[in-house]
Design a protein around this ligand. Sequence first.
Ligand code: SF4
Length: 230
Amino acid sequence: MLKELIDQFYLDRHRDREQYHFYITDAGKCGRAIFFKFKNVPREQMEARILRLFDHGDYIQMQILNTLFSLGIVRSSEVQIPPQALVSGRADAIITLNNELYVVDFKSMNSMIFRKLQEPKEENVNQIQLYLHYFKIEKGILLYMSKDTSELKDFIISYNPKLVQGLLTGLEDLDKKIKADIIPERLADWPQNWQCQYCQFKDICASSDEGEVKWADFKKKIEKLGEQVV
Ligand code: SF4
């Protein structure tokens, strides 16, 4: 019926693809999970319901952006970072407040998580720090929205060159491992880390050793288990 058609539309639109370059959202994230994406390792499929929730978040963010436009403070929106070899990304907006430029990144979440949020999430700070770096802007704002209560919280983030250097070095090291076909080690607090809870590769990760592993050996192992790697 209609529900099945809509579900299939979402599943087809979000079909997992091989990753060829880093996105800003990869900064500071589990290197092993990113490695698996680059190698197109079979992963758990996301439910159509979750994919629709992402769409809902995008819709709310668009409404907020419209409000910022109405306030006349948007200098540009959906701004790509300057092209360079390592990473690509697109900031939600660059605005002017009190004659100062800010990079703004919107994040939406359910009200339960929103209520507990006392400080910006580490992964969001990593992302906006890279935007500040590539746009050469000193300050950013992380704007969080509750999807079901429409409440807002914002946090000002100042550029931290030391943090950015660590993130860029992490991506450069991961790039070398991807090119050398070395699967990075698991996160030190696997499987408790929040990334492991939501990871689409958690089963495949559990079937590998915790330290670095040669991709060629592991690929043979998962192919024997019946998972075809492209
Ligand atoms: S389960 Fe955890 S450690 Fe393993 S790939 Fe996923 S995020 Fe990384």
